[in-house]
Write a protein that binds this ligand. Structure first.
Ligand SMILES: Nc1ncnc2c1ncn2[C@@H]1O[C@H](COP(=O)(O)OP(=O)(O)O)[C@@H](O)[C@H]1O
Ligand SMILES: [Mg+2]
Length: 269
């Protein structure tokens, strides 16, 4: 079988085209198994939340998708292409989990967002359309008035908005964001929710790592909950998430018949 299809076959057949597909993905970090057989599919236009307690493997899972974590078993496909052969990174916008680590030469807001456009700039030369895209991305997250400011002068929420503008500058079809709401003030959360709403309305596919659904809940089509590197839940967003899912609520019914599966209520504990 040759591999020269245009990738449209599934769509033409009426099956939603998978934009992200992980099957049986395993990863070890420092000899410790962190992903222990993850299956995850995100179809075109879907907004999927990746939930789970700290350390459950959420960041490792999204970093495996973008090739920042070596995978020891399983398969990953992006837009129907095995990740190893995937080259079209301008189609993917990635917002890493924000760390507080500072240092280095402070870049300006425009410089950071422009970096996100380089994947679209032919021969690395930014043209008028590229500068316009950078400006548009800054306007989307309402940071155009801070374009010339150094990023280290920004609040946490403003910084996050700049990282999201950087991901949007390439006008990606797929957005992957790792805890975009963490450490973000309410005003910035609202800007982010609105920005995401616009992206989704424009047809973007989104995979979001979240600690709780919060203000993004109305946008989420499906939730995948990880626990200890395994998928615990894949379906409608669980109701009891976030601070209400207390460890004490985690309960495996001892009398459940074989094959019925555990009944758990503390999905994120
Ligand atoms: N570079 C690394 N080396 C060793 N262990 C790591 C590394 N990165 C993450 N881990 C471990 O892998 C597990 C999953 O981490 P992570 O994917 O960051 O979880 P989450 O994003 O769900 O909080 C954690 O136990 C973490 O300590
Ligand atoms: Mg994480």
């Amino acid at each position: 079988m040759t591999d020269t299809t245009n990738g449209m076959t599934d769509t033409e057949a009426g099956t939603p085209e998978p934009v992200i597909r992980l099957s049986g993905v395993r990863a070890e970090l420092g000899s410790r198994p962190v992903l222990r057989g993850i299956d995850l599919t995100v179809s075109r236009g879907e907004v999927v939340a990746l939930l789970g307690a700290n350390g459950s493997g959420k960041s490792t899972a999204v970093r495996s998708i973008i090739g920042q974590v070596p995978v020891s078993a399983g398969d990953i496909e992006l837009f129907g292409t095995p990740r190893r052969r995937f080259r079209d990174w301008a189609r993917v916008g990635y917002v890493p989990q924000r760390t507080t680590a500072a240092g280095g030469v402070p870049a300006t807001v425009t410089e950071v967002v422009t970096a996100g456009r380089l994947s679209r700039a032919r021969l690395g030369i930014l043209r008028k359309a590229d500068h316009a895209a950078v400006r548009r991305a800054l306007e989307l997250v309402r940071m155009a008035d801070r374009a010339k400011d150094p990023v280290d002068a920004l609040s946490g929420g403003q910084h996050q908005r700049v990282l999201i503008a950087r991901a949007l500058a390439a006008e990606p079809e797929l957005l992957i964001m790792d805890e975009p709401m963490a450490g973000v003030d309410l005003a910035s959360q609202e800007v982010l929710a609105e920005t995401l709403r616009e992206q989704v309305a424009g047809g973007a596919t989104v995979l979001l790592v979240l600690h709780e659904l919060g203000p993004l809940e109305p946008l989420i089509d499906r939730a995948v909950v990880l626990r200890d590197g395994c998928v615990l839940h894949d379906g409608p967003p669980p109701k009891a998430v976030g601070q209400h899912a207390l460890p004490g609520h985690d309960h495996v019914h001892p009398h459940a018949p074989a094959g019925a599966g555990p009944i758990r209520t503390g999905l994120l504990s």
